[in-house]
Design a protein. Structure first.
Length: 642
């Protein structure tokens, strides 16, 4: 959708750029001024025409016959003015239509631009809130890591608690098992001791019963028995002690073995705890580094986003500045064009000052007032009209003289062609005479021609005019030539006279051509002067539109003014201006630099007769120099070869 809107805007921008609205407005301003000027002129001319029509209606029949042509010409001029105004209006209408026919309606585009401009404030607020949320999100970038760490810590704590509980249970169980084992061993030892004591008691009881039963035996036997019983008691005690020692040693060995097992288990347990603590510390460091990495990553993303936004804003600023620069350049071009349009301000001011200073019969000390300025302009207009009338009459005389001279030159050219034909025929005849001259002396040739003429007359034959004069033999004739000595000088003198006459006619023709060129140059200069005078009269009439109607009657009553008006309007025709502008554009844009240099060089050379002659002399001198150099080089080469 955004791409479609952008393409619509770009298409509209391209069409309005092609329409070139500032230049169109400038052209319309000038056209409006010209239309106003034509309207004022039409109003004045209609007033004049109405006045003339009223005056014509008041005249009698004879005066009407005298004034009818003038009134018809005024009506024709009014019709021509209306036609030119219609053509001008139609041309401007087609020009405006051609520029604006494809331009889209700017109302929806401007409405969408206004909506976008109104929504730009909300967009800025949303951008600020978005930036604040991005900053806050950057600060909480390690939330997921913290959450995962918390979950992991909880799981680790549960696992640690479970491991500690299991270890505690194992420790308690091992303690109870150890105690039970010790108790069982003690119980076994005590049972052994009880058994030993029972046996000892049994032995002692047996001994005691035997001792009580043998009281009557003799004292000697009693002493021996007492000694044997004592020895039996000592042996029993020794055996009891030996059993206790053996049991103690066995218990000590069991305790040492158990101690070694417990030491190994303790070492294993301590190493596992250290490893768990190291793993826990490393996990904490990894989590800390991951949190820092997350924060740094979020900061990096934030910086990247801020950098992208900065670049985008800078690009928009650069685009805005470039658009402003383009608009400033357009305004500067418009101002320069206006300055070029108003470049003749000083000249117009000087002309106006000069016109204000023009006074006929008025002193310089009088102040410049509106009435004085009007009278001065009227007098200046009358003077210019009188000078224009004189120049017109002089131009008519010069044109008549030019027509006469052209007719004379034409007649002279025809005479010259006839004389050249006669001269060529005469030279051919003289060439034949020189070809026929086979004898050494002229007298024999002339006598032969004379005899030839006599013979031809005697036989009744006819001679050609040339043969009758110089005696050229006919092709079928083989008779010798006879001549009269008086014919050749006559022919020679006639030929010299014809050559002199021809040379004189050539000089006259050359002089006539020079005079005709001078007259044509004077006519062209007079036409230019008349054109300038007509432009001045138009300017003065536009400045003097508020004056009386007498001047306008004089200016409109002249028939010859129409041709200058036609030339002036043709010079102002848009096709002529377009042709000039296109030629200048082609000269400046399409031609390459060497072509431009050659074109300028050709214009400089062909500007006037002097430059052309100088260039021709330079070419001839250059060719002569090249020929001399080549001849000298050839001669030098031959000399070296010889």
């Amino acid at each position: 959708m955004a791409a479609n809107g952008s393409s619509v805007f770009q298409h509209a921008l391209q069409l309005w750029k092609q329409a070139d609205l500032p230049n169109l407005q400038e052209g319309l301003d000038q056209a409006i001024l010209e239309v106003k000027h034509h309207e004022e002129e039409a109003l004045e001319s209609r007033k004049t025409l109405a006045t003339e029509t009223k005056a014509f209606k008041k005249l009698d029949t004879d005066a009407r016959l005298l004034q009818i042509n003038k009134l018809i010409k005024m009506y024709q001029a009014e019709v021509d003015s209306l036609t030119s105004r219609f053509k001008f209006t139609e041309q401007k209408l087609f020009e405006v239509y051609g520029r604006l026919t494809e331009a889209p309606d700017p109302q929806p585009l401007l409405q969408s631009s206004l909506d976008a401009l109104q929504g730009s404030d909300n967009m800025r607020q949303l951008q600020k809130e978005n930036a604040a949320l991005k900053d806050k999100l950057t600060k909480y970038a390690d939330y997921e890591n913290l959450k995962a760490r918390l979950r992991e810590v909880e799981q680790n704590s549960a696992k640690t608690f479970a491991r500690r509980l299991v270890a505690k249970e194992q420790e308690v169980n091992s303690t109870w098992e150890e105690k039970e084992r010790n108790w069982e061993k003690k119980e076994d030892e005590l049972n052994k001791q009880v058994k030993t004591l029972k046996e000892t008691n049994k032995v002692l009881n047996d001994k005691l019963s035997k001792k009580n039963g043998l009281d009557s035996e003799d004292q000697a036997d009693g002493d021996a028995e007492s000694k044997s019983s004592n020895s039996h008691v000592g042996a029993a005690e020794f055996r009891l002690l030996a059993d206790e020692l053996e049991s103690s040693q066995v218990r000590i060995l069991d305790l040492e073995k158990r101690n070694e097992e417990l030491s190994g288990a303790l070492a294993k347990a301590s190493s596992a705890a250290e490893r768990d603590s190291e793993l826990h510390n490393k996990d904490l460091q990894i989590n800390h580094l991951e949190s820092e990495n997350a924060l740094l990553t979020a900061s990096l993303e934030r910086e990247r986003s801020s950098l992208a936004e900065t670049r985008k804003s800078l690009g928009q600023q650069i685009q805005t500045i470039s658009q402003e620069l383009t608009s400033y350049k357009g305004e500067l071009t418009t101002v320069r064009r206006k300055l070029v349009t108003y470049s003749d301000y000083e000249q117009i001011k000087q002309e106006l000052t000069a016109l204000r200073k023009i006074e006929f019969g008025v002193d310089d000390d009088k102040p410049d007032e509106d009435g004085d300025l009007g009278s001065a302009l009227t007098a200046a207009n009358k003077k210019l009209q009188s000078s224009l009338a004189g120049l017109r009459s002089r131009n008519q005389d010069l044109e008549q003289n030019n027509n006469l001279l052209v007719a004379q030159v034409k007649n002279l050219k025809e005479q010259l062609q006839e004389l050249e034909a006669l001269n060529a025929k005469l030279e051919n005849d003289l060439g034949k005479v020189e070809d026929v001259a086979r004898f050494n002396d002229n007298m024999s040739m002339i006598s032969g021609a004379t005899r030839h003429i006599t013979n031809r007359q005697g036989y009744g034959g006819k001679l050609s005019p040339t043969s009758s004069i110089i005696g050229i033999p006919e092709e079928a004739e083989t008779v010798g030539l006879t001549s009269n000595t008086s014919i050749l000088p006559i022919v020679t003198q006639q030929r010299d006279r014809i050559r002199n006459k021809n040379m004189e006619l050539e000089r006259q023709l050359k002089q006539s051509s020079l005079d005709r060129g001078k007259l044509l140059a004077e006519v062209a200069s007079l036409r230019k002067d008349n054109q300038k005078l007509y432009e001045r009269i138009k300017y003065i009439s536009s400045c003097n539109s508020g004056l009386g109607e007498s001047t306008r009657e004089v200016s409109t009553g002249v028939d010859i003014e129409s041709q200058y008006q036609t030339g002036y309007e043709e010079s102002l025709h848009p096709l002529v201006q377009f042709k000039k502008s296109e030629q200048e554009r082609y000269t400046k844009g399409r031609m390459s630099q060497p072509e431009k240099l050659f074109f300028t060089f050709a214009n400089v050379i062909l500007a006037n007769k002097t430059s052309r002659l100088v260039f021709l002399a330079y070419c001839i001198a250059l060719h002569v120099l090249v020929v001399i150099t080549a001849a000298y080089s050839v001669s030098a080469t031959r000399a070296v070869g010889m």
